[in-house]
Design a protein around this ligand. Sequence first.
Ligand code: CO
Length: 500
Amino acid sequence: MEQKLAQLKTLLGEAADLYQIEALLGWDQQVNMPPGSAESRGQQMATLGALAHDKGTAPEIGKLLEELLPWAESLDHDGEEYRLVTVSAKDYDKATRVPSSFVAEASPVIAMAHQAWAKARAESDFSIFQPHLEKVLDLKKRYIAFFPPADHPYDTLLDDFEPGMKTADVKTIFDTLRPQQVELIKAIAAQPQVDDSFMHLDYDEQKQWEFGVKVATAFGYDWNRGRQDKSTHPFTTSFGMDDVRITTRVYKNQFATALFGTMHETGHALYEQGIGHAWARTPLAASTSLAVHESQSRMWENLVGRALPFWEHFYPELQATFPEQLGKVSLENFYKGINKVQPSLIRVEADEATYNLHIMLRLELEIALIEGSLAVKDLPEAWNAKFKDYLGLTPPNDAKGVLQDIHWSGGMVGYFSTYALGNLISAQLWEKFKTINPEIDAQMRQGDFSNLLSWLRIKIHQHGRKYEPQELVQRVTGSKIDPVPYVRYLKDKYSAIYGL
Ligand code: CO
């Protein structure tokens, strides 16, 4: 059996290599590629993607897995072999259930939906996107039918981003969270607003970049196994744990974008760089889920990067870098400014206190669309009604409302809740970490994040996909994903800032 396992690893390793090369082409596409090459690059990536898929779903692999599964069952379920075989078997099952004829049929529909969405958003006209979204949802319903019936049809979609997570679980979590966040936002709105005007002054772009590099380095990002470049949309990508790259964007008069964006992507990258080398070129060499990934980015961006002790260390240096802009802004006012709460229309610009509400409304609408209780043509109206209800605002047009996100046009249905779950997990992990390392505030005041990083390495990063997200969170914190620590964190933080 050991020999069969070695054979399996070889085959999966070759598939992993092809996927990583495809990812490298994708990185180049967004960072370096001249625009004229878009079409040929698209073809190259499609070819490589198909090769990787064929490699990963080869009948040989299926046969090996069939032979290895009963053997793996007899082994320690916490051991490397058991996890490798069972995770690979689940991947294989998922990948082979969906016929390649369906994949081939879906890809032009998605490509056209994406184009239609871009046009619809530019013209703020939902009717341009509507027939395409109907087709996308039809594909999603057919996709669901390739899988065994779940408790809820949406479970199948959710599982692609958040393995093992059920629609009912997410609903329960959000039902606890929603009223408390709404109440908190109302309490904040009743208080005098903080001043963040310093954030919209002009800041030298090169100096912004250099400051971001300093922070990423202090967090523990390994430049020997990574690099940072500029791109239109910031992202993190990995070609194995020894080459994990981040990108950022820098705006002269939006100082928060590069700074907190760099912290966010660094958080993602630290996770990828921390995956155990034993998992290299196997399906376990990846994050366990998008929510756990986001918990890492959010922790470094928010729990660390928007915390007062962090700025007690870094603010004098930031002030010295930008004396004209910040020389007269006190640390306290700076801290308040970077933590300003204000309900706004656009999810990606939302603050910590309002962000999850943007997610909840999307989740509820997605579930209704999949259940069929909401028709696509009624989506903008439903969006606006929920937005008013949760955030107290009415989008002036569809571009700033239902058309703002790219996800649905790319066929990504089931993705959104992972952002909010990531926020919840970040606070849950942080609470646990503080019980083990109560000196974290003092350490941050010294610019020392080594204890935090090594704890995350041991508890989260090294495992890759060994544990499913709920299992991982349970192992580390003693309970499954729980919204209470996040609510506690928000209340503590904003009570101090807004004098609640
Ligand atoms: Co992220």
